[in-house]
Design a protein around this ligand. Structure first.
Ligand code: FAD
Length: 453
């Protein structure tokens, strides 16, 4: 059986590994447009130690991901954060995030907000911003909620669908409506808090986030080494067509493939699907991407850096260009051991392409200026010894209103073509565990097909 996987990011490499595990005799070609593997996982060798300049952590609450990393032999590489908390910067001041609530949405409406009962159809969707503005007013959206969501999705609350980005809250609204109770935001947040408290009692305690001691390179290199695939770099795939019972690929690979997995961002998948299933491509075209830039900086002296894991910046904060800072050497004890301070500044949200395109010097200056304004830490005086600027054009898909239906509709069209799958951050969640789970599920679907289809 011959498999072609387009894209050597986390989704593509995971798929290759799973196929090889199930069928060591399978021929697997991974075709990657770039000159390196890993996609949005990228560990840069700073002289102080390996430094992640794309994803830098994963949600460790999911045991499936932890078991997967252990299976890859990476169990001893997993490390936990220090427990330092992040803060947010709004109205010109550094503030603590309110305790409790869901994604910064508190269970008690802010003073002056009525949170009147509203009509809610179970299963429907709304943007997080629209819902919270309507019930609690604008301030909390622009300060707390958008800064928290922006840290995960590079989008504001107004661009994110409730059902895809805060699913527990959407489910709580559904339950209130189905039970014939008054539907309010505060009642839904209280219901989610109660569910969490109940799960906490039974769940084993482990840190919410973890990472790899040597950076994400440990993961993508382990996958590449153990996936039994031929990985072809600088191989830009421009079209896929049906050829008899199999598939022909333009731009890379050789011969006809029995199975093809697209592991590329949604707009690229839309283009590559145009000959096979234009209808799926049309659905995927609706998924927007947010561009961002990350500036990684190492300083010789950490004196004066707050004892926090980082700062998220409110939307539209005057005079500030950055959207977030991660104080990696405060967040992760294994990085603190290296000495000095390691800080990541992040820029750019959905709809703002300009910031990610700023020239390198301007990005570094903005990172240092904003850091000093927000925390008082003078990076220029602290001995800036190493810098890495990485732009992530179209780095993250925006999980907008009705995203789940969009993905389901695209997948239904793709399912009509036996032997074809499309996976990646746009499909089952942007986080590393979600991308892995989605890739593994797609491989299981392919492996269940009769061999002659
Ligand atoms: C700045 C940033 C920070 C993040 N932080 C975190 C975090 O801390 N924790 C977390 O869980 N997640 C985080 N994420 C999300 C996570 O990193 C991604 O969702 C995940 O890595 C995406 O994997 P993927 O394989 O779906 O896509 P990608 O990594 O985009 O891989 C797709 C691959 O396909 C290739 N490709 C594209 N077009 C073609 C073509 N035509 N032919 C051949 N190859 C092609 C690309 O070059 C790329 O290598 C972050 C993302 C970004 C951008």
């Amino acid at each position: 059986m011959r498999f072609a996987i387009i894209g050597a990011g986390l989704a593509g490499l995971t798929a290759a590994y799973e196929i090889h595990k199930a069928d060591p005799a399978a021929h697997i070609d991974v075709l990657e447009a770039g000159e390196r593997i890993g996609g949005k996982l990228f560990t840069v060798p700073f002289s102080s130690g390996p430094t992640d300049i794309g994803a830098e952590a994963f949600l460790a609450a999911r045991s499936d991901a932890l078991e997967f990393f252990q299976e890859l032999g990476l169990g001893d590489s997993l490390v936990a954060p220090s427990g330092a908390k992040s803060q947010f910067f709004a109205g010109g001041t550094l503030q603590e995030f309110p305790a409790g609530g869901v994604m910064g949405i508190p269970a008690t409406p802010p003073a002056g907000a009525a949170d009147a009962p509203f009509e809610w159809t179970p299963g429907s969707d709304i943007s997080v911003g629209a819902l919270v503005r309507q019930q609690y007013g604008d301030e909390i959206v622009d300060s707390v909620v958008s800064s928290l969501l922006g840290g995960v999705y590079s989008s504001t609350a107004d661009d994110l669908g409730l059902r895809a980005s805060v699913p527990a809250l959407a489910a709580a609204l559904d339950q209130l409506a189905e039970a014939g109770q008054p539907v309010t935001l505060s009642a839904a947040v209280k219901a989610v808090e109660a569910q969490r408290a109940a799960t906490k009692k039974t769940a084993e305690t482990r840190p919410v986030f973890q990472t790899f001691k040597g950076g994400y390179a440990e993961l993508y290199e382990a996958l590449a080494e153990q996936c039994g695939a031929d990985i072809h770099l600088d191989c830009f795939v421009s079209a896929i067509t049906k050829s008899g019972a199999g598939f022909a690929i333009k731009g890379g690979g050789e011969g006809i493939y029995d199975r093809v997995i697209l592991a590329v961002p949604a707009p690229t998948a839309a283009v590559l699907l145009r000959d096979l299933t234009p209808a799926a491509g049309n659905h995927l075209k609706a998924i927007k991407l947010a561009s961002s830039a990350v500036v990684g900086m190492h300083f010789d002296d950490a004196t004066g850096l707050p004892e926090n894991s980082g700062v998220l910046v409110a939307v539209g904060e005057p005079g500030i260009t950055a959207k977030a800072f991660t104080f990696s050497s405060k967040k992760w004890p294994h990085i603190a051991e290296r000495g000095g301070a390691l800080i990541r500044a992040s820029f750019g949200r959905l709809g703002d392409e300009k910031t990610a395109r700023m020239d390198e010097d301007a990005l570094v200056d903005a990172a240092l200026d904003d850091l000093q304004t927000i925390t008082g830490f003078d990076g220029r005086a602290a001995g800036l010894s190493e810098i890495y600027v990485q732009r992530w054009f179209g780095g993250l898909p925006a999980y907008g209103v009705d995203h789940i239906q969009t993905v389901a509709a695209a997948r239904a069209e793709i399912a009509v073509i036996p032997g074809l799958e499309a996976i990646g951050a746009w499909a089952g969640g942007v986080g590393v565990p979600a991308v892995i789970a989605d890739a593994r599920a797609a491989v299981q679907r392919l492996l269940q097909l009769p061999t002659n289809s």
